[in-house]
Design a protein around this ligand. Structure first.
Ligand code: FES
Length: 291
């Protein structure tokens, strides 16, 4: 399978030289010379990897394009290698750092880019993707065979994918679109219509804070605030290391123990904010914020 790489850069010399290099390594290459055109091509062509220039018409154009990609569910997991000639300038780290964890930037390379290093990085990110991709494909083929010709088969296939991964990975949606001949936009329409389907990988440990009336009156908002502090995440988010997911729920059915939280199905009751660090630390010592 020939991988598709999109170069978004306004430096024609760099684009021409990199295109030649990548084609010589059997990659299909697409190009765009600004962030807007680049984002349009990302959506239309669904490349396997993006080389994105940091500074184009204006100095944060690359970062803003990366943010737009990260905000779009259909393309947010496409790996990006950020290319820059401005890394030594303060603006670069300043602009990228705040949201860097949420952007799909896998590597940052400075111009002049070492061709050998670039090819090494690209093949690393794509081969990693390929092994997952083949696993996905064989599972999808089996699911399609199982539900072929049956009414509502897309939803049934999505349910099985959700049960298998715990969410619907973007690559799987993409493969489903190809294998079933259904537009990707239609698949995302279905996924976003049903609350059951998730687009984000769930955390290893799920913490649910009860916000039912009894728990609320006995202090669950303070528990929620303290957990957010400890894990440094908001409700609905997963910690950076994927260990914890935080959510709130309505009445866990044990109001006599209010206020209550549940971690992976285990109930902790009669809690005070000061009890939480110790409880959460039992599940993982790395993630918690002890400061
Ligand atoms: S209100 Fe929290 S367990 Fe019932």
């Amino acid at each position: 399978m020939q991988h598709k790489i999109l170069i978004i850069d306004d430096d024609c010399d760099f684009v021409d030289a990199t295109k030649l290099l990548l084609e010589a390594h059997d990659y299909q290459v697409l190009t765009a010379n600004n962030g807007q055109e680049g984002f349009h091509k990302v959506k239309k062509e669904l490349p396997d990897l993006i080389l994105l220039d940091m500074m184009m018409t204006y100095k944060t154009e690359g970062a803003e394009t990366a943010k737009a990609i990260a905000a779009d569910a259909a393309v947010k997991d496409i790996p990006i290698i950020m290319i820059t000639g401005a890394r030594k300038e303060h603006s670069f780290s300043f602009e990228l750092k705040p949201d860097n964890d949420k952007l799909p930037i896998k590597a940052i390379m400075e111009k002049p880019v070492d061709p050998e290093d670039l090819i090494k990085k690209i093949s690393f990110f794509l081969s990693k993707k390929s092994s997952e991709h083949y696993e996905n494909l064989s599972m999808i083929e089996q699911l399609i065979k199982k539900w072929e010709g049956k009414e509502g088969n897309l939803i049934m296939v999505l349910h099985e994918v959700e049960n298998h991964y715990g969410y619907i990975p973007r690559d799987v949606s993409f493969d489903l679109s190809r294998c079933l001949g259904i537009p990707l936009a239609r698949i995302y329409e279905v996924i976003s219509f049903y609350h059951y389907f998730k687009l984000e990988k769930p955390g290893k440990h799920v913490i649910s804070v009860c916000m039912g009336t009894a728990c609320y009156l006995k202090g669950s908002p303070q528990l929620l605030k303290e957990i957010k502090n400890i894990l440094n995440i908001e409700e609905g988010e997963v910690t950076k290391d994927g260990m914890f997911q935080l959510s709130s729920v309505r009445c866990l059915g044990c109001c006599g123990l209010a206020p209550v939280i549940m971690i992976d199905g285990k109930i902790y009751g009669n809690l005070k904010p000061g009890d939480l660090l110790e409880i959460i630390s039992k599940y993982n010592n790395q993630t918690v914020n002890v400061a």
